[in-house]
Design a binder for this molecule. Structure first.
Ligand code: NAP
Length: 256
């Protein structure tokens, strides 16, 4: 019997967990794809390839030429370009596809969120008066805060922000989640943070800062998600495994 070939677009905890659940299956060959941006990527439970495909066309070509049966977009909810490419490539190739996307966080009573749509709006939402800002959005878009040099910034990212920001008052921490609520609370208190900028990423691994902000009554400027790409999506690992079983049922798979 042939094995189903599955390409997972990853770079998230969910992608790693899904790969882990699939790795022992005798009916599947799984390849996990990473963008290749992280200097020291975490170990993965299945074979990995790394680097861009060259747009939607490149991804479609990769899917066809490697005989994939299923594409799973398990990238970060803010990785909009690769998700759009995945949707186009799935349409072009006719290969089955879906997205595994963790649900967004929802505002709780006592949360002080200022919800914005873009990072530029987040910069403006900080206002003109100098504040102590915890910038917890990753490194790629941190440069946008150079537009607001009046604030003091504590910038956290997995890899260094390079080049360093043209900001007179910025300090940097390198750290990868998961982050515990009590530790996050201590970090906010020790650094006298009065506003956090975060992306509404969802999931539990980095929710600690949101819960800690609630505990301390600190404002969160929350960058909300844009409309998701044109792929059907599931929100949990269990639903993803069900979807895989359904999509790879013998009648759907060529020659199996
Ligand atoms: P993006 O803007 O959507 O993608 C930019 C380009 O990077 C894509 O067009 C693609 O290049 C390549 N790429 C992205 N993800 C890839 C993957 N899994 N495998 C192969 N190529 C990939 O993505 P991003 O926001 O820069 O995020 C990059 C990676 O970091 C993603 O895999 C994502 O899951 C992870 N991540 C992102 C965030 C975030 O906040 N954005 C947070 C945590 C983790 P080509 O067009 O050449 O194929």
């Amino acid at each position: 019997m042939g094995r189903h070939r599955i390409l997972i677009l990853g770079g998230t905890t969910e992608a790693r967990q899904l790969a882990d659940r699939l790795k022992g299956r005798v009916d599947c060959d799984v390849l996990l794809s990473l963008a290749g941006r992280t200097a020291e990527p975490m170990a993965q439970p299945v074979p990995v390839r790394s680097g861009g495909f060259g747009g939607a066309e490149g991804l479609a070509h990769f899917l066809r030429s490697n005989n994939f049966d299923l594409l799973i977009d398990a990238t970060h909810p803010f990785a909009a370009r690769i998700s759009a490419n995945a949707a186009i490539a799935a349409r072009q190739t006719g290969i089955a596809a879906f997205a595994l996307r963790r649900p967004a966080w929802e505002r709780q009573a006592c949360d002080r969120w200022t919800s914005v749509s873009t990072m530029a709006d987040a910069v403006r939402a900080l206002g003109m008066t100098s504040r102590n800002v915890f910038l917890a959005i990753g490194r790629q878009e941190a440069f946008q805060f150079e537009q607001a040099p009046q604030h003091h910034y504590l910038v956290r990212s997995v890899d260094p922000v390079t080049p360093q920001l043209k900001l007179p008052q910025a300090r940097y921490i390198l750290a990868a989640g998961p982050f515990d609520r009590a530790d996050e609370r201590r970090l906010l208190e020790d650094n006298h943070i009065d506003v956090i900028v975060a992306k509404n990423s969802g999931g539990s691994a980095i929710y600690g800062k949101i819960a800690a902000a609630r505990d301390l009554g600190i404002e969160v400027v929350m960058v909300e998600r844009q409309e998701a790409a044109d792929l059907q999506s599931v929100g949990t690992l269990a639903d993803a495994l069900d979807r895989i079983d359904h999509l790879l049922s013998p009648e759907m798979k060529r020659g199996v």
